[in-house]
Design a protein around this ligand. Sequence first.
Ligand code: XUL
Ligand code: CO
Length: 439
Amino acid sequence: MSEIFKGIPVIPYEGSESKNAFAFKYYDADRVVMGKKMSEHLPFAMAWWHNMCATGVDMFGVGTADKRFGAEAYGTMEHAKAKVDAAIEFMQKLGIKYYCFHDVDLVPEDADINVTNARLDEISDYILEKTAGTDIKCLWGTANMFGNPRFMNGAGSTNDVDVYCFAAAQIKKAIEITVKLGGRGYVFWGGREGYETLLNTKMKFEQENIATLMRMARDFGRSIGFTGTFLIEPKPKEPMKHQYDFDAATAIGFLKEFGLDKDFKMNIEANHATLAGHTFQHELRVSRENGMLGSIDANQGDVMLGWDTDCFPSNVYDTTLAMYEVLKNGGLDGGFNFDSKNRRPSYTYEDMFHAFVLGMDSFAYGLIKAAEMIEDGRIEAFIEKKYASFETDLGKKIRAGEATLEELAARAAEMKSVALPMSGSQEYLEGVMNNVLLK
Ligand code: XUL
Ligand code: CO
């Protein structure tokens, strides 16, 4: 196999003093943080769609990047295989072990689904052959049920039973391929599972159908030996005006309502969190506290723009808070998928590497600092103190659900008035965080 990313070496760790653009400054795979190697804390993954497929096309212009990787033309099986070769070389040069894919990222889609499925069989054989003897594996797979015009009214939420069958068929095949490639997860991102207007929409009906599709997917996956996690990736809008998996709390409520919460967890994407009006940390906290933090789509939005920009993560304040949640979660069953793309003017192979060095270093730095925050203890100690009144006999009784409203009202009447609770001390805590971050 001839080298595709010529002149770009295997990326070494050189430390924060290094000025080498092709070296990690913070990501040191073997460094042990809180008893585990960085590479184990941070199972990084490459998103096939952004990295191997996207050329920078936007609503205003054609692509700028050449992603043929030596193939004659786009949209052929020769090109599909060139992408596999490029992906493996790219991952090996960065020391990344995982990739994520949609069915149609791997092969060109044909008008006949049987042809597409045969191509998926062929490409997955090719991936297995080329990754044999490496430690490269699938993190998660998914079916693209938003690109093809048949899904214009949704996939699980479609009004058309024949389209629903195509959604089922794509999911079935994508689960098979995910299992074949050793995937740890299977993702549902409901890009078209929502509505443009309630004037033409049966909301409950659509949500029930989505749940039925997920239930069938779960049963099929388990029947062919998939032991990994099914994941919902919440996003409030874009492409639809309203999407049913609005945010983690909504998606978790949906899973509980339909009895899917034992098999499904959340795949939290930073930019989707901000689109929902939440911080990334909020979505991770909601998922974690419900025992449903499964995986992360690592990216960030642009504060000046109101859409899903999928920027590579650079904000170490946010990655630190994210890693704080991940450490508190005891890690992830999934990993950190860079659902991130180079900016349109960053069109070279070198830019692809710079982007991953940035993202991996941002999360490595976040991991180091989150561990320091926990070890520092000031924030934890403050939280303990803030809720200490619930450690009293009365507090414990309330927490155990054994107190009555009458009893508590009687106590209030006896006290007559109450002092303010202790200060929230936000500025002190932000100062502690800065102190740790800037050390
Ligand atoms: C879209 C998005 C998807 C999912 C997989 O915003 O994040 O790429 O990650 O379908
Ligand atoms: Co995503």
